[in-house]
Design a protein around this ligand. Structure first.
Ligand SMILES: [Zn+2]
Length: 288
């Protein structure tokens, strides 16, 4: 039986830097009876994202990756972001379907990326609760634990919530038909981390030759909203990388750009390693 996540701890010189990849899981549970073919459903995945940041533990960072697919239950949604149209029976508590549910991509996706219905039936509330307990909650508990561990140890923690995005917004996206930047950083309009953290990541990526957008079209969703509390020195930033930089969007196979992106993400993490060490020295200087 597959575990909900894989956790890769630092192998040397642990830093308060935690990465999570909630959407790169490729284990499809037997009861995920989606209607469209698997290759269409897989278009939802941020395929390869955890592997692209695979050097994180060698650079002192922690890397958490989900093993389950986001179309089955989406770790980057709130628990009340459920579409009543999906349910065969009563949820039993108030629901708060948001914009993502309206787009068909709430906690449990109603639509595949091509707009086709994900299921031929409605789902029992108990089935969705089982997905939450078996996959969603353990993932969030592991992320909480790692962030708390480093925050206790260092007094601050920096967190990258790592994703990938289609090169062009589809018709239900907030930016239909528009070609996206290479990276989109989301800090929910400056509320989930210190502005200096967003600026540092943006400048580092720009120096590496990438086009970077901030909060457009992705501002960050549930994971950075839950974990980013800059007043408590908990800094969370959502990082979206354009899929065509590293893979073919139809086959999901790595393309000729994969190795360059992987090497540049290692450069980004090395730069963050230096940045965070500097911030920690500055903080201890203030305390002293
Ligand atoms: Zn994602």
């Amino acid at each position: 039986m597959c575990t909900p996540f894989a956790l890769h701890r630092p192998v040397a010189g642990a830093l308060p830097l935690v990465l999570d990849s909630p959407h790169s899981g490729e284990f499809y549970p037997d009861d995920f009876d989606h209607a469209p073919p698997r290759e269409i459903v897989r278009q939802a995945e941020d395929t390869h994202v955890a592997r692209l940041y695979g050097c994180a533990p060698a650079l002192g960072a922690t890397l958490l990756e989900a093993n389950f697919p986001r179309a089955y239950v989406d770790a980057n949604r709130s628990l009340a972001d459920i579409d009543p149209e999906l349910l065969a029976d009563d949820w039993g508590e108030p629901l708060a379907p948001g914009r993502k549910t309206a787009q068909g991509i709430g906690l449990v996706w109603r639509l595949a990326r091509n707009g086709a219905p994900m299921y031929r039936r409605r789902l029992a509330a108990a089935e969705i609760r089982e997905r939450i307990e078996r996959w969603y909650r353990p993932y969030h508990a592991a992320l909480d634990a790692e962030l708390n561990l480093r925050h206790r140890e260092f007094g601050s923690v920096w967190h990258l919530d790592c994703h990938s995005m289609p090169a062009v917004g589809d018709e239900r996206a907030d930016d239909p038909g528009r070609e996206r930047a290479d990276f989109v950083l989301g800090d929910r309009d400056g509320t989930t981390c210190a502005p200096a953290f967003t600026a540092f990541v943006a400048a580092t990526l720009a120096d590496l030759g990438y086009r970077v957008a901030i909060n457009d079209p992705y501002k960050g969703v549930e994971i950075v909203r839950r974990h980013g509390r800059p007043a408590e020195r908990r800094h969370s930033l959502q990082v979206e990388v354009k899929r065509t930089l590293y893979m073919d969007e139809a086959s999901l196979l790595p393309n000729a750009g994969y190795a360059r992106l992987e090497a540049d993400l290692a450069r980004l993490l090395a730069a963050l390693q230096r940045h965070i060490r500097g911030e920690l020295v500055g903080a201890s200087g203030l305390r002293g």
